[in-house]
Ligand binder design. Structure first.
Ligand SMILES: [Fe+2]
Ligand SMILES: [Fe+2]
Ligand SMILES: [Fe+2]
Length: 427
């Protein structure tokens, strides 16, 4: 992991943002992640693992079931573990494995449902299974047995009995022994249910000390854009298209190199608030009912509130979250008018509209040039979007349309590569 004074974002800030984002999709997954992280942290402490391993384990635990957001299932929670449960683990590993500083974390996520199987679980189809994956597995299986709505102290005994019965078959014996060394302390379980959050363990694993350069931040947010977009084949490549268009428009508008990278980040994250929108609405091909449109209108509100707390993201949060605001004040949800819409926000609005109308969707073709220019021209006339930015786009139409197409094609390849994973093919 990189330690550098030349940093842009803090890993803790980004992970906290991701945890809040998962909470918007499904609070149960978010609580589950944090409970597993808390249990894994306590096992790692009892084993006296070094700090960097503890950190890798906690990060893996906090993210371990994120692959299931790209699948239409809730497999992360079932008590039995069919072989297919590994699919979401392998998808999660592929998502995070693309970032060099998340490689170790991805390896741990990959094997979090591999049983010990009397020692055979040291490897899976020719690959070594890290000990940390087995700790994550044990922590996960403990966490799913806790009923958060009942007194947790009376649940300790049945959980102990299950873990004991699975010693050597499901879990490595040393890990089971470690668990038995800590499991009689009631406070451990009370904490697990009461406040198992990342915020209680972050100091112990020095998460605040990991900083990312601007380039690493761009890479990390690309993973986030995949988590956002891969929930539905309808949107699977959209953020990649918006990011490419916004970057080019920023370059043409004279943004500095760093500002252009910040624009890529904003493009990657502009729809992060869509995680709060039910999949059925994202995938509706008919006109939305008024009540459904009201739900859609909330997404940029959430984008703002997810990004705003991140240090150094002030401008990025505005560029990303104001993409449905209009110069005439008739946008949503903040009704910001021209005076307060920065050039970056105006660029993002044009990039989003251009991308949305020209990209192919499974249910319709993208618009050809003439129609797209007519739509954008009409929106300039009624003072919705910026005339100079639309002119820049029209003057460079072929280049920008080409960049959008290439970026979405690359994203489509990533989409099928990441989701084509199955339990028989972990590589
Ligand atoms: Fe899980
Ligand atoms: Fe899982
Ligand atoms: Fe968008």
């Amino acid at each position: 992991m990189p330690y550098s004074d030349q940093y842009f974002a803090n890993l803790y800030d980004l992970i906290a943002c991701l945890i809040r984002a998962v909470d918007l999709v499904n609070p149960k997954i978010s609580i589950h992640h944090q409970q597993v992280a808390y249990m894994a942290f306590n096992l790692a402490n009892a084993m006296q693992l070094p700090m960097d391993q503890k950190r890798t384990l906690v990060l893996a635990a906090l993210l371990h079931d994120i692959g299931s957001l790209s699948l239409d299932d809730k497999l992360g929670f079932v008590e039995e573990e069919p072989l297919t449960m590994n699919n979401h683990a392998f998808i999660g590993a592929r998502l995070f494995g693309s970032s060099p500083f998340m490689k170790d974390v991805a390896e741990v996520i990959k094997f979090h449902h591999i049983p010990w199987n009397n020692g055979e679980g040291k490897s899976y189809r020719g690959e070594d299974v890290p000990l940390l994956s087995h700790i994550l597995h044990l922590s996960d299986r403990i966490a799913i047995r806790v009923n958060n709505d009942e007194n947790v102290i009376s649940q300790i005994q049945p959980i102990k009995e299950y873990i004991k019965s699975a010693r050597d078959t499901v879990f490595p014996p040393e890990l089971v022994d470690t668990f038995f060394g800590i499991c009689d302390e009631e406070a451990l379980w009370l904490e697990l249910v009461f406040r198992p959050t990342i915020f209680t363990v972050q100091n112990d694993i020095s998460l605040q000390s990991i900083n990312l350069t601007l380039d690493e931040t761009v890479d990390f947010t690309k993973i986030l854009s995949q988590i956002i977009d891969f929930r539905s084949p309808f949107t699977a490549t959209h953020s990649a298209g918006v990011a490419a268009v916004a970057l080019k428009l920023a370059e043409l508008s004279g943004f500095s190199e760093s500002e252009c990278k910040m624009m890529s980040i904003a493009g990657n994250l502009h729809d992060i608030g869509k995680l709060a929108i039910p999949r059925e609405i994202l995938e509706k091909t008919d006109a939305l009912e008024p009540a459904e449109y009201d739900i859609i209108k909330s997404h940029t509100f959430y984008t703002y509130h997810l990004l705003e707390p991140i240090s150094k993201f002030e401008a990025i949060a505005q560029w990303a979250a104001y993409h449905h605001e209009k110069l005439n004040g008739h946008g949503y949800p903040f009704h910001i008018k021209a005076d307060n819409l920065s050039l970056g926000s105006r660029i993002m609005a044009v990039a989003d509209i251009f991308t949305a109308i020209t990209e192919d969707r499974p249910y319709r073709k993208g618009m050809p040039k003439e129609n797209a220019e007519a739509v954008l021209g009409h929106m300039v006339e009624n003072e919705s979007i910026s005339q100079p930015i639309v002119s820049l786009l029209v003057d460079n139409y072929a280049t920008i349309a080409g960049l959008r197409g290439e970026s979405e094609e690359r994203a489509a390849v990533d989409y099928s590569k990441i989701l084509s994973v199955n339990c028989n093919d972990p590589k």
